[in-house]
Structures are given as C-alpha cells and as structure tokens.
Design a protein around this ligand. Structure first.
Ligand code: C2E
Ligand code: MG
Ligand code: MG
Ligand code: MG
Length: 285
C-alpha cells in the first residue's frame, strides 16, 4: 500500500525501470528470430546534392517491426545489442538486405544511387565486418562505389590502430568511409586530420542549435570550409526547414539529409515518394 507521495514516485520509477529491463530482455532474447523472420527491416532516407536538389544517395537505417510489441527504433535496441555483443547480427543483415534491394532495382531496370550503411565499432570485434561487406557485395554484384560505410567517431577511440588500418585497406579497394555524427559527443577536430574520410556528416545538433544561435551558422561554415580543404565532402544531417536548406546552399554544403527532403521509408515507399514529388535521382553517367 502507498503511504505518501514519495512511495508513489518510487513505484512509478520502479515500474519504468522494470518496463525498460523487460524491453531490453525482449530485444536480447528475440533479435535472432526477428532477423530470421524479417521483422527487422531496412528503411532508406534520401540524401540530396545541395547544388542540384537531386538524390545522390540513401542512408540505410534499421527498424524493428515486431508483431508483439510494435515498432522499435534504433534508439530502443542498438545500444542494448551493443551491450550484449549482438549488434553484428543486425549489421550483417543490413549489409545483405541493402545488396539484395540494390540487385532488385538493377534487375527491374530502375535508376540506382549509392547507399550508405552504419556499422558499429563492436562489429570489428564481433565479426569480420569488412570481410562480410566485401563478400556480400561481390555475391550480389553490387559495385564498390554503390556501397558507402558510415562509422562514428567513438569507433576510432578504442582500438585505434586496428580500425584505422582496416579503413585504409577498404579505401584502397575503392570504398568510401564516412565519418558520422561529427560534432557530437567524443568528437575531436584532430580525428579528421588523422584519418582519411570521404564524407563528413555534421550531426543534427548543429542545425538544432542553428535555429536559436546565429553563431552556430558561422561555426558550421568554417567546419565545412575546412573539410573541403581536406577533400572531405560535408553532409549536414537534420535538415528540417527551407531556412536550413537555404543556409546550406550559401555555406557551400555538398550534401544534405533530413525530414525536409524525406524521412526514412521502406524501399518501395521511398521510390514512390520520389516520383510523386517529382524529385530526380543523380545517376552515374
Ligand atoms: P545516424 O546514423 O546519425 O542516423 C541519423 C538519424 O537521424 C536517424 O535516426 C534518422 O531517422 C534521423 N533523422 C534524419 N533526418 C532527421 C531530421 O530531419 N530531424 C531529426 N530530428 N532526425 C532526423 P534513426 O533511424 O532513429 O537512427 C538512429 C541511430 O541509430 C543512427 O544515427 C545510427 O547511429 C544508428 N543506426 C541506425 N541504423 C543502424 C544500423 O543498421 N546499424 C547500426 N550499428 N546502427 C544503426
Ligand atoms: Mg548514419
Ligand atoms: Mg549521423
Ligand atoms: Mg546522428
């Protein structure tokens, strides 16, 4: 029985914690089945070439549509799967699914653009992620320049030497390596001087802050200028408004991604969306 407000709060907190633990346990217990039964899905979000407004690529983003508990976003399972050393199950599935979807488009004579995938730093320990990417890509006949690899800065903190040399090997083969979430959390400016990346993804916190602080725009312009000086293409995440897009045009940003252009959607839906909106794909010829 509840005696005072303190106890009520305690009960609610306890209930929330229990609920969170239950969901975590569910994720851990069901991930293999969810991948097998394809409750785990790949959504695609368009990436726009700022100068032309054409779609120059997609980012593959994972979703878990569970028949028992509904839609799960990456924020509700990626970290848990990392903690339990199960994230590679998702990431190798995404690699395969992206290659399959690509092949289906080519077979149907549809225009294609490159797709970028997110890999976890733990994939390097839990499996041979680059080997898997290379083999899967070859199996489905996906060209190297159609599959880009996004890696977050935190990946580069731990096992620096190993991951760095693996990334260099991949780039020599012709893969693009993109630095994701730049400017958030662990980021240090030195990382972009130490490594060779192809695209620098400015985290969406920049545009969030831009809305209330004009100095952020100046900072972003300098970062993007500096990136281009190092042959790194700037890409801004979280473009939600016309004002954001106008700013990026002026600042000379190369690529943009955000709800303003389109949210992540299943492959079929994103193709239909593109046609309905009269958008064009940037094809490589
Ligand atoms: P990320 O790689 O930085 O992906 C961008 C996130 O921003 C996505 O969230 C996307 O839906 C969201 N986003 C895109 N445009 C906008 C916008 O205009 N406004 C706002 N507020 N958000 C926007 P999502 O899909 O929930 O993914 C979250 C994170 O989960 C990703 O961040 C990535 O780190 C991770 N993740 C997603 N898919 C995978 C995967 O297949 N493997 C691994 N290891 N991690 C993944
Ligand atoms: Mg990403
Ligand atoms: Mg990102
Ligand atoms: Mg992010």
């Amino acid at each position: 029985s509840v005696k005072n407000r303190h106890d009520v709060n305690y009960c609610i907190y306890d209930e929330m914690l229990r609920d969170r633990l239950r969901r975590q346990q569910y994720v851990v217990d069901h991930i293999e089945e969810a991948v097998e039964k394809e409750y785990v899905k790949v959504y695609y979000q368009p990436v726009i070439r700022v100068k032309t407004g054409k779609i120059c690529g997609y980012e593959a983003l994972v979703r878990w549509e569970d028949p028992n508990i509904g839609l799960l976003l990456p924020s509700e399972f990626v970290e848990t799967l990392e903690q339990f050393h199960l994230i590679h199950i998702v990431d190798r599935f995404v690699v395969k699914k992206v290659c399959l979807d690509y092949k289906a488009l080519v077979d149907a004579g549809e225009p294609v653009v490159p797709v970028s995938i997110n890999i976890s730093r733990l994939d390097f320990e839990l499996c041979d992620i680059f080997g898997i990417i290379e083999n899967t890509r070859e199996e489905y006949g996906m060209p190297i320049n159609m599959l880009d690899i996004e890696i977050t800065e935190s990946a580069l903190n731990d096992n620096v030497g190993y991951i760095k040399s693996e990334c260099e090997k991949m780039r020599k083969k012709g893969y693009q390596i993109w630095l994701d979430d730049f400017g958030c959390g662990y980021s240090s400016l030195n990382t972009i001087a130490e490594y060779d990346f192809d695209v620098l993804k400015l985290d969406l916190i920049f545009l969030k802050s831009f809305d209330r602080n004009p100095k952020t725009g100046t900072l972003m312009s300098y970062i993007m200028e500096g990136a281009k000086g190092m042959s790194l293409q700037p890409l801004c995440e979280g473009v939600e408004t016309e004002q954001h897009y106008e700013f990026l045009k002026k600042a000379g940003c190369e690529r943009a991604q955000g709800f303003f252009f389109g949210k992540p959607m299943p492959m079929e839906e994103t193709r239909a969306f593109t046609r309905n909106k009269g958008l064009e794909w940037e094809t490589k010829n």
